[in-house]
Ligand binder design. Sequence first.
Ligand SMILES: [Fe+2]
Ligand SMILES: [Fe+2]
Length: 185
Amino acid sequence: MKSYKEIYEIVKNTLSEYRFFHSQCVANRCVELASIYQVDKDAAKLVGIVHDMAKEMLPEEKVKYCKENHLEIDEIEKDNVGLLHGKIAADIAKKQFGFSEDLCSPIRYHTTGKEDMSLLDKILYVADMTSEDRKFENKEYIINLGNKDLDECVKYILKEGIHLRIAKNKKIHLNSVKALNFFME
Ligand SMILES: [Fe+2]
Ligand SMILES: [Fe+2]
């Protein structure tokens, strides 16, 4: 597997300054959450820095990458190609950085969530919303929730995300619905 330093440089050279700053903030927040929930901090930092590395590919590049690498594009993703950046980054992490499935999964699902998320899946999901660079109204509340109850925080973010998409008259990815149903049990 490539070292953090090598991966950091590759991601830095792939993304705009703005997006790389976000990635660094997410990596830092991943480490914070990893220390609270006693998860490997190095693993958390790696998934944080890599998670958005495919975000700035053009829509046609995303579709091309998926076709060439045999990544499935479902109906919702066809409508919302942006969602593909999670699975593309996970594929790059696996093939080019040598990430294990445990590390690929949080990256793959950070855009939608999924049923039965691992601790690291949840950490990246929450870190992506509560990183230093994010600015929104009830941020303090979500940060505190993330620090004291990770499951409740994932559930909260899923609900907010789904509400927002309904308000915008946009389709909901099935993985988000499955993820929320899982937390409703
Ligand atoms: Fe993302
Ligand atoms: Fe992100």
